[in-house]
Design a protein around this ligand. Structure first.
Ligand SMILES: [Zn+2]
Length: 454
């Protein structure tokens, strides 16, 4: 039930061209940070509103929720050392480049990724940050500060790497921290930034990077810390066949057995990629309620494989979408990810099995479920007013008949308006209060200076 805030501003988003919500052809009313009313065709708001937005040019969908990214990688897109390689050689080529990351470059990379996501219709931005070289110990702090400045909802996971190449891991020694340092900083950022309440603008999760660069102790103790602070757990798992071989060689077990042994088979956990699971593993993950973030663009770029989205969902796992890091995508456009999810999954399951509504559901409700949130991801009374409004004015949409299907099939990639917690953060296709040209110039300059090849 919605608790009304009598003094709050009430906005009627009126008569949209189309809307992804039941019985809402007349639009919706937003009061304060929440949706308070859906209006059927021809209807009027139950109580007077302060403002009306004519949405007759707009297709309205719930704000998209991104459940996997690595913002810092916006600085190494299309990098010659890494292009045209599968995951392990790709990672090894980039680790030595990322070693040079500075706080200023990281701040700009974060701002740029949030902005790209916002412009694509994303209202909750998850990031998996696992790089803490010397000088970048306060990375999580930077990510929360930047999200607050832009007004986007942030889900920052405190990532980690503690096994370097000298211990049988993949990254160089300069990029790893010891387990105790990681755990004490995890506790610090949880205490300062994690807000478990509905409507939270910032949440923290714990995210040891992957089986091939952390210790089992770190996995176990992260799970215990997550219980104490009521937060989520996230890691990469099942991305490539190389990972299967690595786990078998080093631990004598497959990735899901590893996950079970370290105490992660529970609904707090969601996994990035989740591709190479057998039938038994899919059933076990589903029974445990472990979520999976499908990253179609990255999976195609690195040729990692086909996620078993439909089987995982049927088994009980929440399935969400993520753009993944900008060095394996190489953009941060979640609406583009929705289109890629539709196409890639049709290739897997057939044209009748996966629809545009499935792909949109993964990017909204499914992603929200991965993050353990029931206050976002749908347009209905009582949920947060997180919305993405697209127009169909570009040439690519001309002649389209079903507006919601057109968003996905014709390739919408830039929202006209984006609302987060009841406030417009994108208007007329531009982020409110941010100079994108200046951001582009400075970010590009830092990327060239730090990681360029000239
Ligand atoms: Zn990733």
């Amino acid at each position: 039930m919605t608790v009304r805030n009598a003094g709050a501003h009430r906005l009627w988003i009126r008569n949209p061209l189309a809307i992804l919500a039941e019985d809402s052809a007349g639009g919706i009313v937003v009061e304060g940070t929440r949706i308070v009313e859906r209006i059927p065709a021809g209807g009027q708001p139950a109580t007077p509103v302060h403002e009306t937005l004519d949405a007759s040019r707009h297709v309205v969908i719930p704000g998209l929720v991104n459940t996997h990214h690595h913002f810092f990688q916006t600085l190494t897109r299309a990098h010659p050392a890494a292009i045209n390689k599968p995951l392990f050689p790709w990672l090894k080529a980039l680790y030595t480049v990322w070693d040079k990351l500075t706080p200023e470059a990281f701040r700009l990379a974060t701002r740029l990724a949030y902005t790209e996501l916002l412009l694509s219709g994303c209202t909750t931005a998850g990031d998996h940050h696992y790089l803490f070289p010397k000088g970048l110990e306060a990375s999580v702090d930077i990510q929360v500060e930047e999200a607050r400045a832009l007004g986007i909802r942030a889900f920052v996971t405190r990532g980690s790497m503690s096994l370097s190449d000298k211990d049988g891991g993949l990254p160089p020694d300069t990029l790893v921290q010891d387990d105790d340092t990681i755990l004490s900083d995890s506790e610090r950022v949880l205490r300062i930034f994690h807000d478990p309440a509905p409507g939270a603008m910032a949440q923290i999760g714990l995210a040891p990077c992957s089986p091939f660069n952390v210790t089992k102790r770190l996995m176990r103790e992260s799970a215990a810390l997550a219980e104490r602070f009521d937060c989520r757990l996230h890691t990469h798992l099942g991305e490539t066949l190389d990972e299967d071989a690595y786990c078998l060689a080093l631990f004598g077990q497959r990735p899901v057995d590893y996950l079970e042994e370290v105490g992660w088979m529970n609904p707090r956990a969601w996994l990035a990629h989740g591709i190479h699971f057998n039938d038994d593993e899919v059933a076990r993950l589903g029974r445990a309620g472990v979520g999976v973030c499908h990253c179609p663009t990255s999976n195609m770029t690195l040729a990692s494989g086909l996620c078993r989205t439909c089987e995982l969902e049927a088994a009980g796992s929440p399935v969400g979408l993520g753009v993944d890091g900008s060095a394996s995508n190489d953009s941060s456009n979640l609406m583009e990810g929705v289109r890629h999810a539709l196409m890639l999954n049709r290739l897997t399951y057939g044209a009748e099995k996966v629809t545009h509504l499935d792909a949109l559901r993964w990017a909204t409700e499914g992603s929200a479920a991965c993050l353990g949130r029931t206050d976002i991801g749908r347009i209905e009374e009582g949920r947060e007013a997180d919305l993405a409004l697209f127009t169909l004015d570009e040439l690519r949409f001309s002649g389209a008949h079903d507006p919601l299907a057109a968003l996905v099939l014709c390739g919408a990639h830039r929202a006209d308006r984006v609302m987060v917690a009841g406030r417009w953060r994108v208007i007329d296709g531009h982020p409110v209060g941010l100079d994108t040209r200046q951001l582009r110039e400075r970010h590009g300059e830092l990327a060239r200076r730090l990681f360029g090849t000239s």
